[in-house]
Write a protein that binds this ligand. Sequence first.
Ligand code: ZN
Length: 199
Amino acid sequence: MSDLGALRRELTEFSQRSFNRHLVSGTGGNLSLRVPGTDTVLITPSGFSLGDIEPEMIILVNLDGEILDSPMNFKGSKETGFHLEAYRNRQGCAAVAHVHPPYATAYSCLGKDLPLVTISARAGLNRVPCVECFMPGSTELCSAVSGGITDYPESNALLMKEHGILTMAESMSLAYYVADLVEDSAKIAFLAANIHTDT
Ligand SMILES: [Zn+2]
C-alpha cells in the first residue's frame, strides 16, 4: 500500500522546484506521478501556479481521467489527458512533467527536433522530437502527444510545438531532471548558435 501523503509531498516539492527553476510561469504546466502498483495517478490541479501547490491540492485520478479524490474539490488539469496517454502507452512510465521553459519552447516554434549540441544532451536525451500544435486541453493535442509517445519510443522528452515540453521517466525526480536538461540543452544550443568567432 503506497503512502499517498508522501507521494503528494513529493509531487508538491517538484512542482515548486519547477516553478522556482523557471521551467514554467504563471499558472502553466502540470506534473503527475503514478501511484506504484496501481492504475491511479496523482496530478496537480487546474488553474494554480506550480509554485503555490500544496499536498492537499493534488488530485487522484484513474487512467480514464475520473477523479477519485480531490481533498479541496479542485478540478484536474485540462492537460490530464496527455499525462494519462504517457502512463497507458509508455512502458515503465511512473512520472510525467509538462512545463513551458522559454528556450525549449522557443525551439518548439520551429516544429523540428531540439538541436542537441553537447555530449551530455545527446547522452541524456538521445532525441527530442516535436509534436504538432493544437489548443491546450483539446483532444487533438492529446492525440498528437500520444502519437509522439508511441512513434518515438527512444525519446523520454518531446517538444510540443508553440507550447512547451513533456518528459516521462521512472520517477518524479528523473522526469524533473530530464525537463531541466532539455531546457539547459536548448539554452546552450541557442548560445552556441549565436557566438560569432570571426573576430
Ligand atoms: Zn501546457
